[in-house]
Design a protein around this ligand. Structure first.
Ligand code: SAH
Length: 229
């Protein structure tokens, strides 16, 4: 009886982790859509073309997985729109071996993109439910961040700093000083800044206290929340 139950559970897992030709076809269409919206970095497009986004969403949303739209995940959060993921990733100019800190692990989709680009990924999530779910799920698919941390991204991760780049995937009311200070000289911080609507902002660290700032259009994210204790 026990082995039958194990078999059934195993079967369910296999079923739910399926990536079919249909999914692959839809994914290629999604890549074309993102390209037509202006994404040119071939490595980023290839990564989006490879990652089974439908597996990062709850089963009731499977049909929506390859539309260029954000969708709800657990804990009232969202998986970002693929175009937004591609846009932020392109701005990081990822090179193999780069040490990248992500704030807002969420479903793990963005972390998977960075992993496929050859980055050493450190990612922080403040929702325990999502942290638990994603820290099991991502390695199961073969996407292995260096560290997945349950904590407050406003503080960054000083024990692993400096980073080649930092990406924030929640809307930040202001730019946390800790994140700027944990960039190496030449490093890049990509962060959507604002309350209701956010301006995608790129900071490039030019010196100890010198940062170049670029503002790159409006986006909408779930808020970056601060733990006040
Ligand atoms: N990168 C994710 C996007 C998830 S939405 C993906 O690809 O699916 C943004 C995430 O940021 C949410 O999961 C939210 O819980 C998290 N978040 C918000 N404020 C945070 C903070 N201060 N520290 C860490 N994570 C935070």
């Amino acid at each position: 009886m026990k082995s039958l139950i194990t078999l059934v559970i195993f079967e369910i897992k296999i079923q739910t982790l399926k990536d079919t030709f249909k999914h692959k076809g839809l994914r290629q269409k999604l890549v074309e859509v993102i390209k037509s919206k202006g994404i040119t970095d071939q490595n980023v497009l290839d990564a989006i073309g490879k990652i089974p986004r439908h597996l990062f969403m709850d089963s009731s949303f499977l049909d929506h997985a390859y539309q260029d739209k954000p969708f709800p995940i657990a804990a009232d959060q969202t998986i970002s729109q693929p175009y937004t993921v591609a846009f932020q990733t392109e701005l990081l100019e990822v090179k193999k071996g780069d040490r990248i800190l992500e704030i807002g692990t969420g479903s793990g989709y963005q972390a998977a993109v960075l992993f496929l680009l050859g980055a050493k990924v450190y990612t922080i999530e403040r929702q325990l439910e999502l942290y638990k779910k994603t820290s099991k799920f991502l390695p199961m698919l073969g996407y292995k961040p260096k560290k997945m941390i349950f904590g407050d991204g406003y503080k960054g991760l000083s024990s692993e700093a400096p980073f080649d780049s930092i990406i924030v995937t929640a809307g930040a009311p202001f730019v946390p000083k800790a994140l700027l200070s944990q960039l190496r000289i030449g490093g890049r911080l990509v962060i959507p800044v604002g309350d209701d609507v956010q301006i995608m902002t790129l900071y490039i660290r030019k010196g100890l206290k010198e940062f170049e700032k670029h503002e790159l259009g409006e986006f909408r994210f779930v808020p970056m929340l601060e733990d006040k204790n």
